[in-house]
Design a protein around this ligand. Structure first.
Ligand code: C2O
Ligand code: CU
Length: 464
């Protein structure tokens, strides 16, 4: 059933992207049987890609030979392996965003692994403990490398996942292109000190508003990852009943309709959509944030109605994340602020040469060899609560590597006890995030608006 539905995706508008999905899925099927999985080869390449009407864009980066980076499928509790080969003239690494990997596999240069230079390779291998929607991206010179295309989706499947009739995977991102379709300056200091510099061309699976055929009256699992370096989205679904079933790879405690649900760079959204019964009916996934709302992608109902009932969908299985012991937890104050000083950087690994932001008053761009001390040293196995406060006038999607945390409370809104790896904190919000420090190593914590990250809003925990 699933293979069949993935095939049907090939008929959609997103031929190049969707073909990658089908092929990588088959490759993984072969890998599951073996104890030592065949590594997925991820070779960085500079290609030309058609992203606008203006013609092919040069210097687009991907893994593979053409088109969008492949959607990588893994299975919960089963070993996965990938070989990164660097085919571009810029050192790189891969970070598996949201997947609780051993520290050595986390992809952060200097902190946990060496750069991978042109012509060199690095072997990643780990067993994903959690099922859900995740993603992968470099952790070096990220504004350029991610900005030019190196962002891909990871699906960790669980044999116990509920049965859907169709699955759509959507990689959401922008590109900073000029009218001629070529890249323009990725970084504007003035914007970096505010919301970050927005792209000019918006895509879903590297396409403008792709449309996918889905069975009428069927249940669709739509998995979207915001892999953009800057943009915060507010999601709505029109034309069908839709419910959020998971956020950032983890099931939501209670399903709800995505009514302008705000998610930031790095975050993922899993929706259960009940397609309309009438053939030809259109369902649209929209971003309603800001002054220029946009239809991101559409689904078209095809065939005779399957007459499915969303209430038949079994809940997603919770991931095995340790329960924080709130009563005994040690509290870690964490203040996000704008900084007045401007410490020039050293240009390594894509330093932007400015510091506009700080965590607990220390600006650090991350993935650089300067001797910044960890934000805190945590005891392996202990419970912690981060008391995070946003003293800036902007929202920040704050991401923790290596461990998942639970959202405990917010000073400004009603929150569900969501387990996640990224929290979008609004201006003047205070939030409590609880977790068990159960993964040893050095783990970055940073804003996923890459210009914020690279101009100071980065720190790390040491778990020993
Ligand atoms: Cu998406 Cu430091 O990561
Ligand atoms: Cu930020």
């Amino acid at each position: 059933m699933t293979v069949h539905t993935r095939r049907r995706l090939l008929k959609g508008a997103a031929t190049a992207g969707a073909a990658g999905i089908g092929l990588s899925a088959m490759g993984r099927l072969a890998g599951w049987a073996a104890q030592k999985p065949e590594p997925v080869v991820l070779k960085t390449a500079s290609i030309e890609a058609r992203l606008t009407e203006a013609g092919a864009t040069r210097n687009v980066l991907t893994w593979g030979e053409a088109g969008m980076p492949p959607v990588i499928r893994m299975r919960k509790g089963e070993p996965f392996a990938a070989r990164l080969i660097n085919g571009i003239d810029d050192p790189t690494t891969i970070h598996w965003h949201g997947i609780r990997v051993p520290n050595k596999m986390d992809g952060v240069p200097f902190l946990v692994q060496p750069y991978v230079y042109q012509g060199d390779h690095f072997d990643y291998g780990f067993t994903p403990p959690d099922a859900g929607t995740f993603w992968y991206h470099p952790h070096c010179n990220t504004l350029t490398q991610m900005g030019h295309g190196l962002t891909g989706v990871v699906l960790v499947e669980n044999p116990k996942d509920p049965q859907f009739d169709f699955e759509v995977v959507i990689n959401l991102r922008d590109w900073r292109l000029g009218d001629d379709g070529q890249f323009i300056e990725q970084f504007r200091p003035r914007d970096a000190a505010r919301t970050g510099t927005y792209g000019t061309v918006r895509t879903a699976n590297w396409l403008d508003q792709p449309q996918y055929d889905a069975p009428a009256g069927g249940l669709v699992r739509l998995r979207a990852a915001i892999t953009d370096v800057t943009r915060i989205y507010a999601f709505r679904v029109d034309g069908a009943e839709a419910a959020v079933i998971a956020l950032d790879g983890n099931p939501v405690p209670q399903r709800f309709a995505p009514d302008a649900l705000q998610l930031g760079p790095g975050q993922r959204l899993d929706l259960a959509i009940r397609m309309p019964d009438e053939e030809g009916a259109i369902v649209s996934l929209r971003d309603v944030r800001g002054t220029k709302p946009k239809v991101l992608a559409t689904l078209r109902a095809v065939g005779k109605s399957l007459k499915r009932d969303p209430r038949d969908l079994a809940p997603l299985e919770a991931n095995p994340v340790a329960e924080v012991d709130i009563a005994r937890a040690q509290h870690i104050p964490l203040a996000l602020s704008a900084t007045a000083e401007n410490v020039p950087g050293d240009g390594i690994c894509g330093s932007l040469g400015y510091s506009f932001w700080a965590i607990n008053k220390v600006p650090w761009p991350g993935d650089t060899p300067d001797p910044t001390a960890p934000l805190a040293e945590l005891k392996l196995g202990r419970s912690y609560v981060i008391d995070m406060e946003n003293l800036t006038p902007h929202a920040h999607p704050i991401h923790l590597h290596g461990m998942s945390f639970k959202v405990l409370s917010s000073s400004t809104r009603q929150v569900q006890p969501q387990v996640t790896d990224t929290y979008l904190i609004q201006s003047n919000e205070k939030v409590q995030l609880g977790f068990v420090a159960d993964n040893p190593g050095d783990w970055l914590l940073h804003c996923h608006i890459i210009e914020h990250q690279k101009t100071g809003m980065t720190s790390y925990f040491r778990v020993v």
